[in-house]
Design a protein around this ligand. Structure first.
Ligand code: NDP
Length: 326
């Protein structure tokens, strides 16, 4: 009997339970994937806590995994038994050993990307891809600010930005994280728990500020981030690791220099099959070339997902984290 992590009520990590979950047979248009690695992402904690409401309880959890197709339903095109596949945009319920699912979010993995790497990078890597390549396409020579630079999205973004030829300023929660971020392309790590990051950004940029801030931290840094921007700069608030950002008046954006504010989500940036495939190819290419290395710094047994959540929310993790089915 296979198992899945589910939650029967929202709350802290303790609500996660290891429930029996029958394998099931794929219906028309579906495949059954045997997960070899499952990705842990901060968004999983929002679903678990109730910050992002789920459709119904009990609910599965997780949006990302890699594995091998072991059964194929009628009418499936483009996928066959034995194919190595991965996904990073759900649907919700990736924390399980086997999964019957439609093929619309699946991509075929190249031989250059192993299962653990794939599970570690689909969601965070596709996020870095749309943030720095499409939403605000960073140009060589720009100096940009990335919050939580030693995190999952952060370490991928730092390397990709260096590859593009940008200078990266990154906030981090400890001196160990500063060293790690630096080793992954962050030119100017700032210890934002000790230092005034706004003053440091102004100092580093000669008073001008940065053209873009990528902010997955939210509440604690939002206001300061606006003050880091150059005139007509773009504030990309894409996460809530410290809590959701409160409402903001449009006049604030005017007062601070005609700023652009956007609150994007990955699903809207890989909304069509063509967009998903193109973004995944871009990601696979930069990882296969060695320009971006995916730092899997923590692995846990899938059944120990609650401990992984505790460590992620406790700011104990760096880079990406993968949950391993038995
Ligand atoms: P991370 O690995 O970056 O973990 C979150 C990091 O945030 C922590 O390690 C910590 O780093 C920092 N942090 C700052 N304040 C807090 C706090 N109060 N509690 C916990 N952590 C805090 O996670 P991910 O890479 O998975 O995701 C990064 C962010 O991006 C998340 O907010 C996530 O929701 C968001 N996201 C958004 C997407 C979108 O399309 N909108 C898609 C993917 C991710 P430090 O100690 O260095 O401060």
């Amino acid at each position: 009997m296979s198992h899945a992590i589910r939650f029967h009520k929202t709350g802290g990590p303790e609500v996660l339970s290891w429930d029996p979950a029958p394998d099931g047979d794929p219906g028309p248009g579906e495949v059954r994937v045997r997960h070899r690695a499952v990705g842990l992402n901060f968004i999983d904690t929002y679903h678990r806590s109730g910050l992002y409401p789920v459709a119904a309880l009990p609910s599965g959890l997780g949006l990302e995994a890699a594995g091998v197709i072991e059964a194929v339903g009628a009418g499936v095109q483009g996928f066959a038994a034995g194919d190595r596949v991965a996904y990073g945009t759900g649907p919700l319920g990736a924390y399980r050993e086997t999964r019957v699912m439609a093929t619309d979010t699946l991509v075929t993995l190249p031989d250059t990307i192993d299962d653990t790497t794939a599970a570690a990078m689909m969601l965070q890597g596709l996020t870095a891809q749309y943030l720095i390549r499409r939403l605000f396409p960073v140009q060589p020579g720009m100096t940009v600010l990335v919050h939580a630079a030693a995190g999952g999205v952060g370490l991928i973004a730092c390397q990709w930005l260096r590859h593009i030829g940008a200078t990266v300023i990154g906030t981090v929660g400890s001196s160990e994280k500063a060293e790690l971020a630096r080793a992954h392309g962050c030119d100017h790590p700032i210890l934002y728990r000790d230092e005034d990051f706004v003053a440091r950004v102004r100092e580093i940029t000669g008073g001008r500020g940065v053209p873009v801030v990528y902010d997955g931290v939210g509440q604690d840094v939002f206001e300061g981030s606006l003050d880091c921007l150059a005139r007509r700069g773009t504030m990309v608030t894409f996460g809530n690791a410290s809590g959701p950002v409160p409402p903001v008046s449009p006049l604030t954006l005017s007062d601070k220099g005609s700023l652009v504010l956007t609150r994007p989500k990955l699903m809207d940036w890989v909304a069509t099959r063509d967009e998903l495939v193109a973004a995944a190819e871009d990601l696979f290419s930069v990882v296969s070339s060695g320009a971006v290395r995916v730092a899997v710094h923590q692995t846990y047994a899938l059944r120990d997902a609650a401990q992984a959540h505790r460590d992620l929310e406790g700011r104990k993790t760096t880079g990406s984290t993968v949950l391993l089915p038995a």
